[in-house]
Design a protein around this ligand. Structure first.
Ligand code: FES
Length: 164
């Protein structure tokens, strides 16, 4: 018996249909990948992006001045700000402790931090504890719709009130 010079059985060359099938499969999986990539990018844009949060907005409105009666000091922990109203003047003082960033609470004498005992007077000046700096005051304006608006990106001098 004559030995096959290449050894083993001679195979028929892959037919054109085999090549086509393989490249078709390649195309299909390529399209599949591309399709799913496009789809996930699209769904990210549609469904995830609007819900993504990049931290609290630094500028926000807090309602009408009437919601803050004269003489009130209303601390909003979610916004980390205390709205102070004296007569017809409104101010916003930060409630983020200048020591290590805990939220300070409103106390009889001003503000008190539960973490390491820093204390601040009514205007946010340090009166005790490890806090190195006073609590900053933020800019308060009246929006066109009549609501008070606080901009935590704009610090103002302590004692700067908005007159309403
Ligand atoms: S974080 Fe307020 S005293 Fe330390």
């Amino acid at each position: 018996m004559a030995a096959d010079p290449k050894g083993g059985h001679a195979h028929a060359p892959a037919g054109a249909s085999g090549v086509n099938r393989r490249s078709l499969l390649g195309w299909l999986s390529g399209f599949g990948l591309l399709g799913s990539a496009v789809l996930s990018a699209f769904s990210n844009l549609i469904f995830i992006k609007p819900r993504a949060t990049y931290g609290q907005p630094q500028r926000f409105s807090l309602g009408k001045p009437e919601e803050f009666p004269p003489g009130t000091r209303i601390s909003m922990d979610t916004r980390r700000v205390c709205v102070v109203r004296e007569g017809n003047k409104i101010a916003a003082i930060s409630t983020t402790c200048t020591h290590l960033g805990c939220i300070v609470g409103v106390s009889d004498t001003g503000f008190a931090c539960p973490c390491h005992g820093s204390r601040f007077d009514q205007d946010g000046n340090v009166t005790g504890g490890p806090a190195p700096k006073p609590l900053p005051w933020f800019k308060v304006t009246l929006a066109p719709n009549g609501e008070i608006e606080i901009d935590k990106d704009s610090e103002v001098d302590p004692g700067s009130y908005l007159t309403v």
